[in-house]
Structures are given as C-alpha cells and as structure tokens.
Design a protein around this ligand. Structure first.
Ligand SMILES: NC(=O)c1ccc[n+]([C@@H]2O[C@H](COP(=O)([O-])OP(=O)(O)OC[C@H]3O[C@@H](n4cnc5c(N)ncnc54)[C@H](OP(=O)(O)O)[C@@H]3O)[C@@H](O)[C@H]2O)c1
Length: 321
C-alpha cells in the first residue's frame, strides 16, 4: 500500500487511471491531485482527492498542473503521467494535426513532465510513473500512430534512465488490451480488440504494487511476457499472431466501408426527401398564391362595384339638390 504521499495522477477520470485513483485514495495520509479534461465524475470522489480539469497535451496545461500541485502540496512525491489515447485505423491520410495531437498527449507531455519534475524535486526523492503500452514494445496493425507515440515514450524512458539523477525512481507500465474507454476513443465504429484483454482493476493493482516496490517496469499480463519470449525464439508464432491482428484490421476496414456506404445512402436518401419536400412546398405555394389572387380579384370587383354605387348615389344627391 502506498501511504502518506502527495500524488499527481493524470487520466484519473476513467479506465486504468480511475482504478489507480481508487487504490491510492485508500492509502493512509495520501493526498491526490486527480486530473483529466473532464472531472465531473471524480469531483466528490473522496476527501483526500482534489479533482482538477486540465489538458495535459499543452505546455501551458502541464505548467499549470505543476503550479496547482505545488500550491496544494508543496512537494510532489509521485507524479503519475497516465493520460493517453489511441487511434484504431488504417493510416492513409496526410492530416498533420491529427498526428500532432496524439504525440502531444502520449509522448511530448510525459517527456516534458520529466524535465519539470526533475526541476521540481531539486534533489529530493520522487517517483515518476508512466503508462506506456505493450504496443510501445510490439507494433500492431491498426495502431501505427499510437504505436509510434508509445515506442517514442518507451525510447525516452530507456535513454533517460541512463541520465537521470539517483533521487528519481521511474516506473513504467506496459498494459496489453485493457477493457476501458480506450477502445471507444480509438474509433467511433466498433472493432475487435487485440488478444488478450485484461480488467483495468487488475492492471491498476499491479502498477500500484510496482510503484511501491520500486519496479522499473510493470507488465501486468504474464501471457504477454511469455509470448514475447516465445515469439523471439520461434518467429513464426509472431507471424501467426500478427496475421490474426491483420485479419481483424481487414474486417474492420470492410465494416468501416459498409458504414460509410450506409452513411452515403442515408445522406442521399435525405437529399432526395428534401427535394421531394421542396417540390411539395413549391406546389402548395402555387396553390396558395392562386387562391389569394382569386380572392384579391373578387375583393377588387366588390370594391369597384361599391365605389360605382357610391358615385351614382352622390350624383343622384347632387341632382336632387
Ligand atoms: N486500455 C488499453 O487497452 C491500454 C493498453 C495500453 C496502454 N494504455 C494506456 O493507458 C493509459 C490510460 O488509458 P485507459 O485505457 O485507461 O483509457 P481511458 O479509459 O480512455 O482513460 C484515459 C484517461 O486520460 C484522460 N485524458 C485523455 N487525454 C487527456 C488530455 N489531453 N489531458 C488530460 N487528460 C486526458 C481521459 O479523460 P478526459 O478525456 O476527460 O481528458 C481519461 O481520464 C493511456 O496512456 C493509454 O494509452 C491503455
């Protein structure tokens, strides 16, 4: 159990981060600054938890987060940079901003956080935790941008371990597929998750234990470690596994194209319906205008008739005088 610590936890509102938050909040004397862009669901989580909305994908966001933590705690004993998100897709576009958004959140923000945290500690003991990913060690089809963002973070933590001061512990988590919002965020169209899938509570328990024990890396799925050894010794096993994942991507692409076709068909039907409505409205308009003109003609006739009558009466009266 982690006790008597001041802790910053990003990505605390959901999934792995939320399960970590539950465990840390139980620790005696812990105080936690729990961060996500939307924190409504953790606002009143516990007395020792301060929920704070913050976008960690910008320098201003991370700087503000350090200021807030320093204001609350003075010293940050543990900084857990867990926030991150995936895309599941065929990488076939030239959208700079889309690529940039992922690297800002998954890679640049945790790297920048390291430098900020070292400066904050100023020689004091501290723990920096990262949620990397099994996909940051083994690339997967459908996750090209996500994989590369996590490979980059993994490369950073490997290199920085050789430079970091002794007062800093770095603990990295390498989850396999974990049943969180991750897969909803990755694509609006549902897709098959990679094998195997773990519960976020299992992953969180192992990570909290790893942080407490000073582990450098936490691989919550034993099967992944075993299969890495097996795939290293027997490369065809890796080929079979990755072919399974490629087949999933192919099925997803077909599903996506059916989905797009359906959207196009729905859009075309909506346009056709709009056209039909337009012509009905024009027809109705013509009818109404026709009726109004007829009525106006009738009223004009009646007025002219009354005016003629009035003229006659006036004439009669003048003659009578
Ligand atoms: N689930 C998996 O299969 C899996 C596998 C390997 C690694 N991971 C990694 O595990 C970490 C946690 O993911 P999860 O599976 O728990 O997914 P999740 O349920 O979607 O949680 C992601 C959390 O990060 C927050 N977040 C995202 N972008 C943010 C930003 N710019 N600023 C602040 N907070 C942000 C989200 O809240 P808001 O949207 O409100 O900001 C949410 O609290 C991520 O780094 C992910 O890459 C997940």
């Amino acid at each position: 159990m982690i006790d008597n610590k001041t802790i910053v936890l990003t990505g605390a509102s959901s999934g792995i981060g939320f399960e970590v938050l539950k465990l840390l909040a139980q620790g005696k004397g812990n105080r936690i600054l729990a961060v996500a862009r939307h924190v409504d669901n953790i606002k009143y989580f516990a007395d020792n938890v301060t929920a704070w909305p913050c976008d960690i994908s910008t320098q201003a966001g991370v700087d503000a987060l350090f200021r807030k933590a320093e204001e609350l705690f003075g010293i940050i004993d543990i900084f857990y940079a867990n926030a991150g998100f995936p895309y599941y897709e065929e990488f076939n576009y030239t959208d700079w901003d889309r690529i940039d958004a992922m690297f800002r959140t998954n890679t640049i923000s945790p790297i920048y956080t390291y430098a900020k945290y070292i400066a904050h500690l100023n020689g004091r003991a501290g723990i920096l935790a990262y949620t990397v990913s099994a996909i940051g060690e083994m690339a997967m089809p459908g996750y090209a941008i996500y994989s590369s963002s996590k490979f980059a973070l993994n490369g950073f933590q490997q290199a920085i371990r050789m430079e970091k001061p002794d007062n800093l512990q770095i603990t990295c988590l390498y989850p396999v597929a974990t049943d969180t919002n991750f897969f909803k965020v990755a694509n609006a169209v549902e897709f098959e998750k990679p094998f195997p899938v773990q519960k976020p509570s299992t992953v969180a328990k192992k990570m909290v234990k790893g942080i407490e024990e000073g582990a450098e890396r936490v691989s919550p799925c034993g099967l992944f470690g075993l299969s890495k050894v097996l795939m290293g010794a027997l490369p065809p096993v890796k080929t079979v596994y990755l072919n399974m994942e490629k087949a999933k991507l192919e099925r997803f692409k077909q599903k996506l194209s059916q989905y797009h076709n359906r959207l196009h068909a729905d859009a075309a039907a909506a346009v056709e319906h709009g056209r039909e409505l337009g012509s009905q409205i024009r027809e109705k308009n013509r009818e109404v205008v026709g009726e109004l003109e007829e009525r106006a003609e009738k009223v004009r006739g009646e007025i002219e008739e009354k005016a003629a009558k009035a003229r006659e009466e006036i004439k009669d009266r003048i003659h009578g005088v």
